[in-house]
Design a protein around this ligand. Structure first.
Ligand code: TXA
Ligand code: MG
Length: 351
């Protein structure tokens, strides 16, 4: 394991990965959102390995990944979800959502059965389920023949990986295999949707699929629990997730390149620390005259899909750059993908 190979998803690599999972080990797999560290839901040893290799505390529940075939199999679904406790309208909402958004970046939190191991759900009465759209994830789940519990394949609290190389940097020597499915298209973790006490759907973690899109399909309002962080309902709502190692600060809302910023906001001991910049739009070359540090721009014109796709890789690059601390531009939106990006940046800044 000291080597941790990165393998293209050939038939033989997939067979190796599936047999590792079946024997109670972990494998890093690509999904369309971020890379996941997978183990069979039915292997206690595998689930334990997820927590130990990520140094993840056991109070943080895992998302369980299904193949399209598994999600369409009522017998298997009934082994995972306690459908008896769902009202008819709740069941209907689940059916409508899965028809519209699976496979894809939507995770549903539903009452679990006794068969689902507590280790996967941190003892919660619910299970988080998702059907990833990435063909390599689909192939791996089918080959393993079991639902795969998979958190993002990074060490706990660190930046989520969107390339096989980023997984390698996080987990080399700790896991036996990384499947390389190329860079992740979405770049942010899935939208997590649950239901509150009153049976109303609410977003527990924002992602590419927005409250507006969900509401349009459901024909009812979808709450954004993350807008009211008074009560932390999902551990992913904790501040200071996705943190780069370097101190990260949010740029003032109407800041323009060239405008003066505090020189040492982190109070670093180094008397003239170097800043790095994460901006939403533009050509880094065009800005480099006005800013004196490494600059990463996430898209040519602020396109939010591109910003999301490049966010975590840019944070990693800035973390590895000569900058001592980082400034990041926050998308101002309170809905949609811009809101999801802002959510990750606020967590990285710990505010
Ligand atoms: O896009 C994704 O969802 C990625 C890829 C790999 O599929 N996975 C991912 O897993 O982001 P992870 O472990 O980094 O995020 C799991 C989060 C938890 O921190 C929590 O916020 C939420 O999903 N979650 C899981 N189970 C839950 C439950 N039973 N109730 C509430 N939230 C839950
Ligand atoms: Mg994560």
């Amino acid at each position: 394991m000291s080597e941790t190979p990165i393998l293209k998803p050939t038939a033989s690599a997939l067979a190796d990965a599936a047999s590792l999972l079946q024997s109670g080990d972990v494998v890093a797999m690509p999904t369309e959102t971020v890379y996941g560290l997978a183990a069979s839901l039915w292997s206690e040893a595998g689930l334990m390995r997820i927590f130990t290799s990520k140094e993840r505390p056991q109070f943080d529940p895992l998302i369980v990944h299904l193949s399209t075939e598994m999600a369409a199999n009522p017998k298997l679904m009934a082994e995972l979800v306690n459908f008896e406790t769902l009202s008819p309208s709740w069941k209907k909402q689940v059916a409508v959502l899965t028809a519209a958004f699976w496979p894809g970046p939507l995770t549903l939190v539903l009452p679990k059965t006794a068969k689902v191991p507590d280790l996967a759900t941190s003892g919660l009465a619910t299970i988080a389920l998702r059907v990833p759209a990435h063909p390599v994830a689909q192939a791996l789940i089918q080959a393993a023949g079991a639902p795969l519990a998979a958190p993002s394949a990074n060490r706990f609290g660190r930046i989520s990986p969107t390339t096989a190389q980023a997984v390698f940097e996080e987990l080399v020597g700790r896991i036996p295999l990384i499947l390389d499915g190329g860079p992740c298209e979405v770049g942010l973790e899935s939208t997590v949707l649950g239901w509150d006490q009153a049976g109303r759907p609410q977003i527990l973690r924002p992602g590419q699929i927005s409250a507006t899109e969900l509401a349009a399909v459901l024909g009812c309002e979808v709450l954004e629990a993350t807008l009211h962080p008074a009560e932390i309902q999902a551990p992913g709502m904790l501040k200071n997730h996705y943190a780069p190692l370097k101190p990260l600060f949010l740029l003032p809302p109407d800041w323009q390149p060239g405008q003066v910023l505090p020189e040492n906001p982190a109070g670093l001991l180094n008397p003239s620390p170097q800043a790095g910049y994460l901006l939403l739009a533009g050509e880094p070359q065009a800005l480099s005259g006005q800013l004196n540090g490494p600059i990463f721009t996430l898209s040519p014109h602020g396109e939010r899909d591109l910003c999301a796709r490049h966010l975590f890789a840019a944070l990693r690059s800035l973390d590895a750059s000569e900058a001592d601390y980082l400034w990041a531009e926050l998308p101002p939106e309170s809905t949609g993908l811009g809101h999801a990006i802002a959510n990750r940046l606020r967590k990285a800044a710990g505010v």
